[in-house]
Design a protein around this ligand. Structure first.
Ligand code: NDP
Length: 307
């Protein structure tokens, strides 16, 4: 039996805990956390993500600001918008939606972000703090993956973890987080040799490559826990599009102890962690203790593990 890790349910729990904290902040301190999301261009997937983030931000009782800029916006103009928002006391967190158009360097944008308002954790200071064990802001997707792993497995100490993918936004911060949890971490990428064998050694696999169903049944160690970050849009022969992950989900069933589905796994957790990070930065900016979030154990009725 393989447990299906219910990211949607966990995300709902995190969002409702965040909403409760926000309610207390507003009541006790008159503080309403504010999140500004900047979208450059008209990427259809990004437009959906941004709309969704705005809706859930409002639902959590926070202020949502939406900045839309045309695709041809010069980098300097985006940096001016970031600067203006960073000086706005009603804005506690700022997120620049990726991907950016080619004339804008993501590194220049991350460098311009005030680390105290950088809810994505991509600014150089927050990246450094993650790697040196400090208390910066942790990128939302890896943070969501870690929530799910800890909820599923409890203490991760000593487990062998493979992170497939080494991007700055998922793979590298994920590996740093797992190292912080005392896992033995391997990072694999497009130049790695014997990928299947590397994967088969791992108790935890986090797949973030953007290659549909790359991970097959015989790559998976029996009893491993799989977090599938991949979001791949494929078109079926009937012309309908659907989302699939980087892991062959059907094949993994019966081999893995637990796996996240796509959709309904990591995706909802990313947005929930964004709200959590926004709450955290707002508290820190006002010297109010930032909340710790813990999740209840998974629903054992729908979760059973082999052995
Ligand atoms: P990137 O394209 O930035 O990075 C992909 C990584 O995978 C690279 O390190 C690349 O290696 C590696 N890779 C590519 N092909 C292979 C292969 N055949 N074998 C081994 N490694 C390979 O992607 P992201 O990290 O931004 O995203 C990864 C996936 O996660 C995407 O599907 C994306 O849509 C999804 N995603 C989902 C989120 C969510 O909320 N659920 C949030 C963010 C991303 P190399 O470095 O050598 O090129």
């Amino acid at each position: 039996m393989t447990s299906i890790i219910d990211g949607k349910r966990c995300a709902t729990l995190i969002r409702s805990a965040v909403a409760q904290h926000v309610g207390r902040l507003r009541e006790n301190y008159g503080l309403r956390p504010g999140l500004a999301v900047i979208l450059v261009g008209e990427n259809p997937a990004s437009q959906i993500y941004v709309r969704n983030k705005a809706r859930l931000t409002e639902e959590a009782g926070m202020l949502s600001l939406d900045e839309r800029l045309p695709a041809h916006t010069p980098q300097i103009q985006l940096l001016e918008v970031i600067d203006r928002l960073q000086r706005d006391p009603a804005v506690h967190g700022i997120l620049v939606q990726l991907p950016l158009p080619p004339q804008i360097s993501p590194e220049a944008v991350f460098a311009a972000l005030n680390p105290a308002k950088d809810v994505d954790g991509f600014s150089p200071l927050n990246v450094g703090l993650l790697h040196t064990g400090g208390h910066g802001i942790v990128p939302c997707t890896p943070l969501g993956c870690l929530f799910l792993l800890k909820q599923q497995l409890g203490d991760l100490t000593g487990l062998r973890a493979l992170v497939l993918g080494r991007s700055n936004i998922v793979g590298k911060p994920m590996a740093a987080l797992l190292l912080r949890e005392n896992c033995t971490v391997t990072i694999a990428h497009s130049h790695s040799r014997e990928l299947a064998a590397e994967c088969r050694r791992a108790d935890i696999v986090v797949a973030a490559v953007g290659r549909p169903q790359l991970v097959k049944a015989d790559w998976i160690k029996p009893g491993a826990t799989i977090i599938d970050v991949g979001i791949n849009r494929i078109t079926s022969p009937d012309g309908k599009t659907r989302l699939i992950g980087d892991v062959d989900f059907a094949q993994a069933l019966g081999v893995a102890a637990a796996i996240t589905p796509v959709p309904g796994g990591v995706g909802p957790m990313t947005v929930a962690c964004l709200l959590f990070n926004t709450l955290t930065v707002a508290c820190r900016q006002h010297d109010i203790p930032a909340p710790e979030l813990t999740l209840p154990p998974p629903d054992r009725e729908t979760s059973s593990r082999p052995g």
